[in-house]
Design a binder for this molecule. Structure first.
Ligand code: GLN
Length: 304
């Protein structure tokens, strides 16, 4: 497959999308980034990389971190996890609180904020130093040691956290948070503030594309069956109330973050990370979504 040529065509076609969308100013620090960036990095299961644009620049991975924390929580909790969080698309915004009350504190899935807070609670209960363990796990996946948080983003989100704090209180009221609310929120803001480049993310997601790379790393195990389940949740819930649209247009399991990043995997072929900071009204990167749509259109391959 001529991925390099396809990436060049994509970059050219994306010029007409420049400037469309909005920076996420509800986390003030994220509104400071240069909105004119675009990068896309593909790594094939043969470990060949194909890249274009700003692929080495780090950005805030935000909700993409939920894929990594889910993998960790599943390792420690096994299928009991599904007593506390569902696997259904929510059809609602990532930080919606309405459904959580109707459904008595059981979040629809691990990728909406309420679900990610329950996952954070599991990690706090199971691991001595979950922040260090999360960074260690992600560095291992990406094959490096330089991945860390952006402290300004962490503080910025912590200072503007009314919505997530409300979700945490609602979860606690329904008995679905065992630890101190502030500790759970603190871990959640930490995971969202992790910074990675497109190159690092594409490598970190490769085990989710390649069933032969199952591993057991310091208690965190990713079997073929677990990869299947996490990919299924990415496909159905990875883009909140735009998950159907992403499936329809791109046709790959994927996950977005309000830092403008999007990751996706084509099982047994490649993992890909795209980044562009301007977001649509659902909180997903405008150019990132389009880049991946063009990728599966031009390669003529998706999971469908
Ligand atoms: N930290 C963000 C929040 O909780 C993550 C949301 C996202 O990336 N969709 O609002």
């Amino acid at each position: 497959m001529e991925y390099n040529q396809i990436l060049e065509e994509i970059q050219l076609e994306l010029t007409s999308y420049k400037g469309l969308g909005k920076l996420p100013d509800y986390i003030p620090e994220l509104a400071q980034v240069d909105s004119d960036k675009f990068g896309c990095s593909i790594v094939t299961v043969e470990h060949k990389k194909h890249q274009i644009g700003d692929v080495l620049q780090k950005f805030s991975i935000q909700s993409i971190s939920k894929v990594f924390t889910l993998a960790m929580a599943l390792s420690f909790e096994g299928k009991d996890l599904w007593q506390r969080v569902g696997v259904e698309p929510s059809g609602s915004a990532f930080n919606s609180i309405v459904q959580l009350e109707y459904e008595k504190g059981i979040p629809r899935n691990p990728f909406i904020n309420a679900g990610a807070l329950v996952i954070a609670d599991v990690l706090l209960s199971r691991i001595n130093n979950p922040k260090a363990k999360l960074l260690e796990f992600i560095n291992m996946l990406a094959g490096g040691s330089h991945i860390d948080i952006n402290i300004d983003v962490y503080v910025s989100e912590k200072n503007t956290s009314a919505m997530n704090t409300s979700l945490a209180h609602m979860l606690k009221a329904y008995g679905n948070i065992n630890n101190d609310i502030n500790a759970v929120l603190d871990f959640y803001f930490f995971q969202c503030a992790i910074e990675m480049s497109c190159e690092e993310l594409s490598f970190a997601l490769l085990p989710f594309a390649d069933h032969t790379t199952c591993f057991n790393y310091a208690g965190i195990s990713l079997s073929a069956s677990r990869v299947k389940r996490i990919n299924a949740i990415m496909l159905t819930c990875g883009f909140y109330d735009e998950s159907g649209e992403f499936s329809f247009k791109v046709g790959l399991p994927g996950k977005s973050g309000v830092g403008g990043g999007i990751v996706a995997v084509h099982p047994n072929k490649y993992s890909v990370a795209a980044w562009s900071p301007l977001l649509n009204e659902k909180g997903n990167s405008v150019m990132g979504m389009k880049a991946l749509e063009l990728l599966t259109t031009k390669t003529g391959l998706s999971v469908f």
